[in-house]
Design a protein around this ligand. Sequence first.
Ligand SMILES: Nc1ncnc2c1ncn2[C@@H]1O[C@H](COP(=O)(O)OP(=O)(O)OP(=O)(O)O)[C@@H](O)[C@H]1O
Length: 304
Amino acid sequence: MNSQNVDSGSAEGMDERPTTATDAGIPASEPVVDLANVTFGYTATPVVEDVSLTVEAGEYVAVVGPNGSGKSTLMQLMLGLLEPDVGAARLFGDRADRFDDGERIGYVAQQASAATGMPITVREVVKMGRFPHVGFDRLPEDNRELLDGLRAEPLDTARDVANAVSGRLSSEDWAVVDDALATVGMSGFADRRITELSGGQRQRAFIARALAGEADLLVLDEPTVGVDAESVDAFYDLLAALNAEGITVLLIEHDLGAVVEHADRVVCLNREVYFDGPTDEFVDSDALARAFGAGARSLAGVDG
Ligand SMILES: Nc1ncnc2c1ncn2[C@@H]1O[C@H](COP(=O)(O)OP(=O)(O)OP(=O)(O)O)[C@@H](O)[C@H]1O
């Protein structure tokens, strides 16, 4: 285990995170994302055409492409938020549009949209990550087991039932919340309002929410737009540490310099896939110029 706390180097909170696809309950052969010949258009004209790609558990994949090239649309197809006109999209082995295990996915939006109108504290944001895990689902399905629990450990079992009925977080849930805050280096900001944070801190709080939800896929849509350069570096260090723990990272990124530095694999899109492969091969290929047009000369300086 080598997770990092961005601020202090602590590895708290990551000990129980699955490290392999098999540990995570996913058959090793089951891709996290699987698109087969997917075509989609909002109108009769496709904005994503004949895209086939798979993302395996533990990968760090960046999707790049010019403005309007279909990146967000592709992400929505991957997550089952849009249905392909042609082809098939699968998520953790299920049809993406029928996938109902949402807590497995942590979504971090552009910070501009994440920032709006949330006068709640960081801890409250992170706590939301636990909501799918609380409630009746946590109680034993078998009544006999519940009765046995009441006999053997009446106080603990009664408290579990009360928590389930009220949807309250248990002390274990709060420990997960605190661990997630520590992992992203935000323990000291737990009681700060989310509106009173810098862009980079806010994005780390949203990552903590995903960790508290025990997500094993992180989907990030241009997460560092508007975040200052130093915080951007810390943010990517955090993503790398989480990926090293086995979390699959799927990143839409505008900043090609960051992609080249951090992602293992690049999918370069402009309606169709222009390139899909290891980042160093992308750097050496002509995919960038073809997808972005003749003006795209420098990886670090391209305005996607
Ligand atoms: N809800 C929608 N209804 C109709 N057209 C849409 C919708 N969303 C996106 N489009 C169009 O689909 C195309 C692809 O858009 P998309 O947002 O997927 O691209 P993108 O690569 O994410 O762009 P950007 O980098 O600017 O965020 C664009 O031409 C866009 O105008």
